[in-house]
Design a protein. Sequence first.
Length: 151
Amino acid sequence: MAQKPALVVADASVVLKWQLDDEDCIPQATALRDDFYARGAVNVIAPYLLVYEVVNGIATAARRRRIASDKAMEALSNLMALGVELREVEPLMVLEASLRYNLAAYDAAYLALAEAEKCDLWTGDRAFYQTVKGELSLVKWIGDYKVHKEL
């Protein structure tokens, strides 16, 4: 019997690394994407907020000329086609996480989802990670994700 894929939350900072190649920790982020999309070893979930954060990240990258404007739509389409499962997050849980850990609501939304699902949250947001790493072992730095040799 095949092992059930692990459930993980990936925040926008990780998902954007799947299209923006001038970021740090690209091999690790790509390994997570491949474990999800190609290997089926993990199921990636995120709050609905992910869509807007990804759109904003791509638009900002295009304005800063990190990605060609004509490639922005393609980058968004590529990310949406991966099929990250978007989930509703209870606003009260977001508020509680935000207040408990002194986080912005959007960071707290990813955290609240990970806590509700009792799964790891992978982030490439260094400030967010530094804020919670001592208190929350479920929040993982994407730079620590295991890179595979071959697909």
